[in-house]
Each structure stands twice: as C-alpha cells, then as structure tokens.
Design a protein around this ligand. Structure first.
Ligand SMILES: Cc1ncc(COP(=O)(O)O)c(C=O)c1O
Length: 504
C-alpha cells in the first residue's frame, strides 16, 4: 500500500478558500477604501429606502447554492453594493430608533483584526492574549461605571444574554438547595421588576424555568420609575404565601423612556429581604460618567450584577453585551462544568481564566477587542463628552418640541425623548394615537430620519433615542420639521377620511 502522504495533490494542497497574501492585500485594500467612502457618505444617504422583502429578494436574486467558487474580487463589489445600497443605516446621523448606536470606526477595524486572529476566547489555552484583553476590558467597564474592580464578568451577544446570564447566576446564588442538579421542583422563585422592564425578562423567566407567571410586574410612578413601596409590599405578601422571592431587577435607562429606577432604595430593600439586586443598565449605565446625570445612578455600585451593552452607548459595532457580577465566584459556580475532554487547567501558582466556565458559550468570539480598542481610542474623557452631547441634543429636542404649538412633549430621560404631534390641541387619545402611529410609520419608511415609538400612559408617542456620536444640532432641528410636515399631511388625510365617512 502506498503511504497516505504520497498523494501528489496533497503535497501542494490548493484549498479553494486559501488565499495568497497578495490577493488578500488587494481585496482588503479595495474593501477598506470602499468602506471609508461609505462611512464618509453616511450624512448624504437616506437612512433607509424602506424596501419590502419582495424588493430586497429581487435585488438579491433567488439563485441556488453555487457549485463552483467565484473569485473574491467579483464577489466583494456585489456584496458591498447590496449592503451599502439596501441596508438601514444606523450609522446615519439621523438614526435614533430603538437603542442602536452608530458603530465607532475603530470598532469596525477591530472586528477585522479579531477575525484575523480568530481567537476562541472560551479557554485561555486557545486565546492567551485575547483572554487577558477581555479580562482587562471587563475591568475597564467596571471602572467606567464605578463597580468593584475585582468583579467577575464577560462579554456576551447583547443585553438579553447579559441579563439572562445574571438571572441564572442569581438563581444559583439564592437557591438553598442544589438547584443545578435538582432544578426548581415545585418551588415558585419570584422575580420583581417594574412594568417598564425590557422583554428579555419574559424570555429569562421562560428559559430558566421560573415561568412568566412568576414575574411580579411592579407599577411605575409618574416618572416611569418602579414604585418601591409597592415592591416592598408585594415581597412581603409573597413571602407570607410561602413563595421564594429571590431577585429584584432595577432598570437604569428603560427601553421606552430612559427612566432610571431609584436604585439606592431598591438596593436597601434587597438587603433587608436577602434578595439578589440586578440592574439592567444595558442602555443607560454608561451615562453615570456624565456629571449632570450621575446622581440618578446612586446605588448602582451596590448591585450584585449589572448588564451593560457596549453596542449601545459605548458605540461598539454589534454584537457586544457585557455582564458584571460582584462576586466573581458566583459566575463560576453557576456555569462551570469540567468534562474530561478539556485540558484547560493552568498552573497552580498562576491560574488562568477560562471564559467558557463563566457563561453559556463554549466557543466564543473575540468581542472584547472592539470594546477594548474603542475604550482606548476615546478614553474616559472622550466617552464623557460623547454621552454628554447625546444627552444635550435630546434635551434640545425636548425644548424644541416643547416650544412648538403642534408638538406635545411627554417625557425626557437621559437621551430619550418622547413626544407627539397634536396639531389642534385635541385630547382625543384615539385620534392622536392613530395619527402618531401613522407618523412613525411614514417617517421610518421615508428615509429622511429614523425614530421609533413608545406608549407612555396610553399615549402613542414618537420616540427619539440619541446614542449617536454623528448627530449634530442641525439633524435635531431637521427632525422637528420632518415630523411637523409629515404630521400635517397625515392629519389632512385623516380629516378627509372623516368627512367622507360622514357624508357617505
Ligand atoms: C433596557 C434594555 N435592556 C435590554 C435590552 C436588550 O438588549 P439587546 O437587544 O442587546 O439584547 C435593551 C434593548 O434595547 C434595552 O433597552
């Protein structure tokens, strides 16, 4: 029998995906040049073309899986055209929808670098430098928001996963039995949060076995903050019934209005009743560094865990969420399993971090790099300025809307403003809700600017969330004009419809 290595084709293996350095360089230069031009052109481009799936599919084509390969120099121009011309551009200075930031250019380059090294940051042995960069970035984020530097933590895909990671950690820490082995049994472990909490909590309650009926949704006050008197009463009632309250979730920057719960008060209730205090700061936590609003976050440093999304107010490209856990050991106790097929133990006198033992993922990408690089690029002072400016622009929008007789302001917290178009001072919420919903849809599809919606005290509102270092004053001023112009047109259409109904 011939030796296996004597197969001529394998001596000079030509793998279809392999690439010589010169081809890589040429394609890379082309790509970087085009990306630079694309980023420069963002202010001139529509935020979206509002294309529907059928139109997008027609542009993309419905071809079947290619059997043979195509040179990259033919693929890249097409891929760039598809993406640059048919994407919603959240990097536009006029994108203020949901909570999605403009991605920092340094973060874009960092992702390329991360993919080049392709570190598997599940185990130190597979990613020595990447693991230590992640560890340092976690410490920097703790330092950024004033959390203990010796906390545990890791990067995850986003706010949902960060919060869910924290809830599982809280579950393990507060269970007095071996919950990893025996599960919940018939016990009712209860979660407390305000009615303004993001929907991740439903997924967490479902996924982690608590059941969504075991979420206690606490009413909010007139500032959209959790009513802590009601919280305490509910905990007492539940304890009397023999249930097991175990965690209170405070929100630092709610999805709809940016409200920050009274964290200090929640913290003292948690201490009194021996409950885990988790903060969802996915959006708002970075604003703690801005002197004008830092008082809102008093008590944040007392939390057992905090979720924070670098892909929101740290302007990191998607995806980057982060969870910090005060007691680093708690993460390990929640997530660590040690199968015999892993050989990841370090030396006794110089222990290693294996992030696979601190979260849900085994194989993990190097998300930390884009966060580490952007934190270095702007520094704490740079971030303070950018976040401060976003808040100031939101305040300016609030003032513009307040001053305009056809606009009615509803709320302003951090960098989120909610308001509605009310051209005739009517108090018919039904009419205004329909009118404003139509405005949101038309503005979103029009491409001049992108905002989203919120329902605040049964009022359907236009909602602007500025986590965008490209937004300038002129963009905010333009938005008011766009909303009023669109609103007046829709109001006319609705009036005509009413008239037609009356006369028919
Ligand atoms: C307060 C809050 N928590 C959690 C999330 C979920 O974050 P992600 O979309 O990154 O999973 C969001 C998203 O906007 C949010 O605003």
């Amino acid at each position: 029998m011939k030796p296996i290595t004597d197969v001529p084709a394998l001596k000079q293996r030509m793998a279809p995906l392999n690439m010589d350095a010169e081809t890589f360089r040429q394609n890379g230069h082309l790509l970087i040049d085009e990306i630079a031009a694309f980023l420069e052109s963002l202010p001139e481009r529509p935020v979206t073309r509002g294309e529907q799936p059928r139109e997008i599919r027609a542009v993309l084509g419905e071809g079947s899986l290619p059997l043979n390969g195509t040179p990259l120099e033919d693929i890249l121009p097409n891929a760039m055209e598809l993406l640059f011309e048919h994407s919603l551009l959240n990097g536009s200075p006029r994108f203020w929808g949901y909570i999605t930031s403009s991605a920092a250019p340094a973060g874009i380059l960092a992702d390329l670098l991360a993919a080049s090294v392709n570190a598997n940051v599940g185990a130190y042995a597979l990613s020595p430098m990447a693991t230590e960069i992640e560890r340092q970035a976690i410490r920097w984020i703790a330092e950024f928001i004033g959390f203990p530097l010796d906390c545990g933590g890791l990067f995850v895909s986003g706010g949902n996963m960060a919060n869910i990671t924290a809830l599982l950690t809280a579950r393990k820490a507060k269970a007095t039995w071996d919950i990893r082995q025996t599960g919940l049994g018939n016990r009712q472990m209860l979660i407390y949060c305000s009615k303004g909490t993001h929907t991740w909590i439903n997924k967490a309650a479902d996924l982690l076995g608590f059941g969504t009926n075991n979420i206690r949704w606490i009413e909010t006050n007139e500032h959209q903050q959790m009513n802590v008197q009601l919280l305490e009463k509910k905990i007492q009632d539940d304890k009397k019934q023999g249930h097991l309250p175990f965690v209170v979730v405070g929100t630092a920057g709610s999805i709809s209005t940016g409200a920050v719960d009274t964290l200090e008060e929640i913290s003292s209730i948690c201490k009194q009743y021996n409950l885990w205090f988790h903060i969802d700061g996915a959006y708002g936590a970075p604003a703690v560094i801005v002197p004008e609003v830092s008082h809102l976050f008093r008590g944040l440093e007392q939390a057992d865990s905090i979720a924070l999304d670098p892909h929101k107010w740290l302007y990191s490209p998607l995806e980057a969420g982060c969870i910090l856990i005060r007691n680093r050991q708690a993460l390990q106790e929640t997530f660590s399993f040690r199968p015999e097929y892993y050989n990841f133990d370090g030396q006794e006198d110089d222990p290693v971090i294996n992030f696979l033992e601190a979260g849900f993922q085994n194989s993990r990408g190097f998300r930390a790099l884009k966060v580490w690089i952007t934190l270095k690029h702007a520094g704490k002072h740079g971030y303070t300025r950018m976040i401060h400016d976003d808040i100031k622009l939101a305040k300016t929008l609030f003032k513009i809307a307040h001053a305009h007789k056809e606009l009615e302001v509803v709320s302003h917290n951090l960098s989120i403003v909610t308001f509605r178009f009310n051209p005739r001072g009517t108090d018919s919420d039904d009419y205004l809700n329909e009118l404003n919903e139509k405005i949101v849809n038309r503005v979103q599809a029009g491409g001049e600017a992108f905002l989203s919606n919120a329902v605040v005290e049964n009022k359907y509102c236009l909602r602007v969330c500025i986590v965008n270092f490209r937004t300038r004053l002129e963009d905010i001023e333009a938005l008011a004009e766009i909303v009023i112009r669109t609103g007046r047109a829709i109001d006319e259409e609705l009036k005509k419809r009413e008239l037609k109904l009356k006369t028919s």
